[in-house]
Design a protein around this ligand. Structure first.
Ligand code: ATP
Ligand code: ZN
Length: 295
């Protein structure tokens, strides 16, 4: 049995820094909401408190999140891995949250004969991520000049201050619009939860509770729940088709020779499973979204 909410009265409040407004904001808050944590978020204010869970929010610019966590202004934060790595601050990455995926890519103007990173030898490369780029160039033994710009990296070639760029890409449309071609991905990023490694035990326990909920939500996201009727003699075949973490739940039907079978199925395998079950004679297939789940 878990502790009742009243028994948790002395729990400390975990404060978490999230992006105030930008590509991470909505998904960060959505994830926490889907953990059953209620709060009122007003993007004009700096702080908010959750109800029913000991959590405070700090709404700030994403660039500032690693520093705030390091300084203890917040205990944890949700930030792009790129921002965290670029900050050079050492904290703990406690979860990869798998949203806001993007890549840091080298892009070059048409006509630039790009083969690999060595094609950048002696060139000027504009980027907002000099630390990450510098590390990668160094690892590959490439000497290039880094031109640091804080935004609109994609126009630097056109205006003549750089020969190539290293910028974040998710679809590549912005690059194309600026006459650039994505030449090579050099680094991948997605939103991560960072935390202070030296948190007090009681606070760490709150973070663990939050992470358990996040894991349950993330696990459920890629699964479907499937329920169907099946001729009894096809059960072994069906179990093999479904695969997965546990054997399916089987209930006899009133109809002689028929079973009702239910199981969770990986979303990316769903249609293959569906078709094979049909071939085995499954009927009345019912598919449901799973809201939360544990292993
Ligand atoms: P802030 O005002 O908080 O400083 P920002 O302009 O620096 O915001 P956003 O553009 O909102 O930041 O991007 C936040 C994060 O979203 C990036 O650091 C990156 O991890 C991720 N991201 C995902 N796709 C892209 C993309 N196509 N371009 C830039 N960032 C992306
Ligand atoms: Zn930023």
């Amino acid at each position: 049995m878990g502790m009742s909410d009243a028994a948790r009265g002395s729990e400390p409040v975990l404060s978490i820094a999230v992006q105030k407004s930008g590509r991470l904001s909505e998904k960060s808050l959505e994830l926490i909401k889907s953990c059953g944590i209620d709060f009122y978020a007003d993007s004009r204010v700096l702080k908010a408190s959750a109800s029913g869970f000991p959590l405070d929010f700090l709404f700030v610019r994403d660039d500032d999140i690693p520093q705030y966590v390091a300084d203890g202004v917040a205990d944890a934060g949700i930030v792009g891995r790129n921002e965290y790595d670029e900050s050079g601050i050492e904290l703990e990455v406690v979860r990869d949250l798998k949203f806001a995926s993007c890549r840091l890519s080298i892009a070059v103007p048409h006509g630039f004969d790009y083969k690999d990173l060595h094609s950048l030898e002696g060139k000027r490369i504009a980027t907002s991520y000099p630390r990450i780029l510098g590390r990668i160039l160094k690892e590959n033994g490439v000497n290039a000049e880094t031109v640091v710009v804080s935004g609109s990296v994609e126009i630097t070639v056109e205006v003549g201050i750089a020969d190539a760029i290293a910028d974040l890409v998710s679809t590549g449309t912005t690059l194309k619009m600026n006459g650039l071609e994505e030449a090579e991905c050099i680094y991948r990023s997605s939103a991560v939860m960072i935390a202070r490694p030296d948190m007090k035990e009681e606070k760490k326990a709150v973070l663990t509770r939050l992470l358990e909920r996040i894991d349950a939500v993330m696990l459920a996201r890629h699964k479907k729940y499937i329920l169907f009727n099946l001729p009894e003699d096809k059960l072994d075949d069906a179990a093999r088709v479904i695969g997965g973490m546990k054997s399916p739940t089987v209930t006899p039907l009133m109809d002689e020779g028929w079973l009702s079978v239910q199981s969770a199925v990986d979303e990316n395998r769903f249609w293959a499973v569906f078709e094979e079950l049909r071939l085995l004679g499954a009927e009345g297939i019912l598919v449901m979204n799973i809201e939360k789940m544990t292993e």
